[in-house]
Design a protein around this ligand. Structure first.
Ligand code: FAD
Ligand code: NAD
Length: 880
């Protein structure tokens, strides 16, 4: 099957393929498959392969006899050698979030290819990939062609995708740019090969879809853009790439109508597709170019899948025309007449995850960088405690520092004493008397208002996270989105839970309802500084409890922002009391206090278990059993099966292990790899890890930032030293240039790690990954399950049987199959683990709120001397 669409595997085969095309009087554009580039080594190899391809094929085509029709058009000579390439393959850290450095890095490699092509008189076409890459691809194309060496060069082109709603605007911009530059470029007009992908990604993220929803709209737009190109053919030289007879015929007619020379319009088709159409176009005397991919099957898989999708899609012209024999009148109909409106699906009041910011868009990037600058002006401000609605200054302060720039004070935050803790509990206790009587509707409404405020302050909050906790842009934005999700999800859950469950029978009314438990203490970690603190706190509030809220000492400023927003949302004094302080100073007072009913804790195992122990003491004046909700650490593993897609597996492990410098409870710290793929996996993993950029969190290009503080840095370094005695250190990054600036620890990869090693058992909470070899899936499972933790886990596999087995035997709270293991979303992946990872409740899930309440049943006997009122029939006699 692959051979049908992939012309050649080796260079000699490629030579043979292009010679065959020449004989058929077809032009070609050769493409080297292998788009997934995970490391700089792979990106360099991609570049090398292109340089080699150009050299070799140049020698081939130079020997061909002149053929007027193939070698010249109305404007002059047509390059015989034509090459297509994908820009994202030239740089492993290609990221639209960071367009400038991405462009610089890509251009650096592209330049060599362009120079060589120009030297040999060859043509280079830039393919268009997924939408997220579109703007940066266009930017690189323009920037490189403005360089003096290429400014007057016209043997270059770029693909424009008509299925994109942006495409008309992009084409107009391209035309304006060519006007400025002077020399023409080619535009290959395509409909676009990633329709399914774009649609799924937009749906998953709740982003507006960048592609048209109906095929007819795409077809109509293709025709509109064809006309635009034909009208601007001197500057934007048209190459119509389609297998759709209507689209082709329309372009032919439009060109004829405008008196275009026949040679001025080129047609392009894909290798192995639509042969009859190629022949027909040749018979009409048109120039036809065949896009000719070459390369190995495995790297070519993505290309092959796109072709199969295209050929089998219900919407495909080829399928309709050649397989289903749809009547000609239908096939050739004007697409404008076929456009139908599309229906909206989701109800307005249903919960939907807050869409993440799409940083591939210029507007989002601009907003974030502007806001970072604005927030930077407020660094160092003071934040008092808030007890019973009153601002309380303290003698001691916590100086919160920026981990990326340790000399920078982000905020001076009040440091609560034990006495403040007692006052905060008292305030919460008093506020509980009235707050518990507020209706669930009103409490939920408060959460919805808080969500609204967070939406308004979205980038500002993210900017605070960048400064205070060194979260990268996407990580910071995701944390804010998660906080919004908690508010809107728990608000809706409470409305559901507030409806009493009735089990009435004649003569007996039964009601099952929830009441709040009382004063709740929330104790949060710093690594999801807004989401976790907010989630625990609003869960308590919406269920009718009052709260003493203690943020981590590393992220108290974000805690102060949360307090501010809850107040703005209309929270009465005392319902939430903001109590930043040192955990082991005020923690025990909060945990041991007899007036505290519930403790919601997220953090390390040591502290969590200590809280469990303390809370189980029941002093004489305490009249209830405390409820303790503890969410603790993890030692999460990803299993790499023998048939795993390694492009995805390496990418998923790197993202899960080194995202936010490994400081996520869900992070992957163990990769358990089946023997047969171990060496390949490890090599690619190391190259990919070595290609990650390390730097301060405000730098959008830095993937790995610092760890949270000096103590964390020392702890991680200590584990690295232990690791060196237990296993082989296969990769250690270098952070020496940043050592004076912040608390940086470079990514480390240990291989051949024994399953019992300390670094394979203890949570390190930093960018350290242990790779383990195993003989088979039994062993992989045993190792994966062989820690006291059970938080997250994952597998990369293509075997349905193995996946099935993992589903039932890999015992973790959140199991992920063929994707990264971090980034859980509210409602979609309620989050939390068991064993020593936690009590098994799931934040952001349907069972979470119940923990903050007590269920009651109330039964009333309504039978009175033989009569019982009935709900639907008024009074009913029980008997005569
Ligand atoms: P048709 O069957 O008429 O159209 C199918 C296309 O319609 C789909 O591919 C999709 O784009 C669109 N479509 C399908 N369903 C819907 C829907 N529900 N709503 C809206 N639109 C829909 N593609 C790229 O993305 N980048 C490239 O760089 C690129 N280079 C190419 C080079 C050449 C020489 C050729 C021939 C194709 C290239 N393609 C590229 C692939 C091209 O996008 C597909 O081959 C093309 O979309 C198929 O269109 P068609 O006119 O042949 O077929
Ligand atoms: P930590 O346990 O050091 O601190 C967590 C909170 O507990 C802080 O607010 C701290 O001030 C407080 N604290 C410290 N000592 C206390 C005491 N004696 N009594 C009461 N409170 C006390 O954890 P951390 O470094 O902030 O966070 C990292 C840890 O959190 C990791 O182990 C990570 O896996 C875990 N975590 C778990 C989840 C989850 O959902 N399971 C989520 C995020 C983080």
């Amino acid at each position: 099957m692959a051979r049908r669409f992939i012309a050649a595997t080796t260079i000699p085969e490629a030579i043979e393929a292009v010679e065959k095309l020449r004989k058929q009087r077809l032009e070609f554009s050769v493409d080297r498959l292998g788009e997934a580039v995970l490391s700089e080594k792979e990106a360099r190899e991609y570049q090398e392969r292109y340089l080699q391809l150009i050299e070799v094929l140049n020698a081939t085509v130079a020997g061909w006899a002149e053929d007027e029709r193939l070698d010249r058009d109305q404007a002059g000579r047509i390059p015989r050698l034509n090459v297509s390439l994908k820009l994202s393959s030239l740089y492993s850290q290609f990221d639209p979030l960071d367009p400038e450095p991405t462009s610089r890095a890509v251009r650096q490699r592209l330049r060599a290819i362009l120079s060589l092509a120009r030297k040999h008189g060859a043509f280079i076409n830039v393919d268009m990939e997924q939408y997220a890459y579109k703007d940066v691809t266009l930017r690189i194309f323009r920037e490189v062609l403005e360089e003096p060496e290429f400014r007057d060069w016209s043997d270059v082109g770029i693909a424009i995708q008509a299925y994109l709603k942006d495409s008309a605007r992009d084409l107009e911009e391209l035309a304006r740019w060519v006007e400025e530059r002077g020399a023409a470029v080619w535009v290959r007009l395509v409909k676009g090969a990633y329709w399914d992908y774009e649609t799924i990604i937009a749906q998953q993220n709740d982003w507006p879809s960048p592609v048209f929803e109906t095929k007819a709209q795409t077809d109509a737009n293709f025709e509109k853009l064809s006309e635009f190109l034909i009208e601007h053919h001197r500057k934007l030289r048209p190459a119509i790439a389609s297998h759709n007879i209507r689209s082709i015929a329309h372009a032919l007619a439009a060109a004829r109508e405008r008196g275009l020379a026949r040679e001025a319009l080129e047609f392009q088709v894909l290798y192995g597709m639509a042969r009859p159409i190629q022949r027909a176009l040749l018979q009409l005397g048109q120039r036809v170019r065949v896009y000719t991919p070459m390369g190995e099957l495995l790297p070519g898989m993505a290309y092959l899948v796109r072709r199969l999708l295209e050929n089998t899609s219900n919407e495909s012209f080829l399928r309709a025309g050649f397989l289903e024999h749809v009547p000609e009148e239908m096939l050739l109909m004007n697409p404008v007449e076929l456009i139908k409106p599309v229906k909206q699906k989701k109800q307005a009041d249903e919960f939907r995850n807050e869409p993440l910011a799409d940083f591939s868009r210029e507007a989002a990037r601009q907003a974030m960088s502007d806001t970072l600058a604005v927030v930077a002006k407020h660094l160092g401000e003071s934040h008092p405690l808030v007890i019973n609605g009153q601002r309380v200054q303290t003698e001691g302060i916590i100086e919160s520092r920026n981990p990326s720039h340790r000399d920078q004070v982000v905020g001076r935050v009040a440091r609560a004493t034990q006495d403040h803790a007692l006052r905060a509990i008292e305030a919460a206790k008093i506020a509980f008397v009235s707050w518990r009587r507020i209706s669930a509707d009103d409490r939920a409404a408060l959460l919805f208002r808080a969500a609204q405020i967070m939406r308004r302050r979205r980038f500002e909050l993210a900017a605070w996270e960048v400064h205070e906790t060194a979260k990268q842009w996407r990580e910071a934005d995701a944390d804010v989105a998660e906080a919004i999700d908690y508010c809107s999800y728990y608000g809706r859950q409470m409305l559901r839970l507030a409806r009493p469950i009735r089990s009435d029978v004649p003569g007996e009314d039964n009601e099952y309802l929830y009441i709040p438990r009382g004063v709740t203490v929330t104790i949060a970690p710093w690594n999801f500084p807004l989401a976790i603190l907010c989630g625990m706190t609003v869960a308590a509030v919406v269920t009718g409890n009052t709260v003493v809220m203690k943020p981590a000492e590393q992220s108290p400023v974000i805690g102060a922002k949360l307090m501010e927003m809850l107040e703005e949302a209309g929270l009465p004094p005392g319902v939430v009391n903001y109590l930043p302080g040192i955990g082991d100073q005020i923690g025990p007072v909060l945990v041991n206090h007899p007036d505290v009913a519930t403790i919601a804790f997220t953090g390390s195992r040591a502290v969590g278990l200590e809280i469990q122990r303390q809370a189980s003491n029941t002093p004489r004046d305490q009249q209830h059993v405390k409820r303790v909700i503890t969410e603790m650490g993890g030692k999460n593993a990803i299993i790499i099966d023998e048939d795993a897609d390694l492009d995805e597996a390496v990418h998923g492990v790197v993202a899960s292990a080194f995202g936010y410098a490994g400081q996520k409870c869900s992070a992957c710290s163990r990769a358990i790899v089946l023997d047969s793929v171990y060496d390949t996996f490890v090599n690619r993993l190391i190259e990919a890890t070595g290609s990650l950029k390390i730097g301060p969190a405000e730098d959008p290009g830095a993937f790995v930032g610092p760890v949270i503080d000096e103590e964390a840095r020392q702890r991680v370094l200590h584990f690295i030293e232990i690791g060196k005695t237990e296993a082989r250190l296969a990769y250690a990054g270098d952070v020496s240039r940043l050592a004076q600036e912040g608390w940086y620890v470079a990514p480390h990869v240990f291989v051949d790690v024994p399953e019992t090693a300390t670094i394979a058992q203890e949570e390190i909470f930093g960018p350290v990954l242990s790779v383990m070899r195993c003989a088979n899936l039994d062993e992989a499972l045993r190792i994966a399950n062989g820690t006291p933790y059970a938080l997250t886990g994952g597998i990369y596999s293509r075997s349905p049987a193995n996946i099935e087995r993992i589903r039932s035997e890999f015992i973790v709270g959140n199991l992920y199959i063929n994707r990264k293991i971090t980034g859980a979303l509210v409602e979609r992946q309620p989050f939390g683990g068991f064993k020593l990872s936690g009590v098994g409740s799931k934040a952001g899930g349907p069972d979470y709120l119940q923990q903050f309440m007590q269920p009651r049943t109330i039964t009333e006997n309504t039978l009175r001397r033989g009569f019982a009122p009935s709900a639907d029939a008024g009074v009913e006699g029980a008997g005569q």
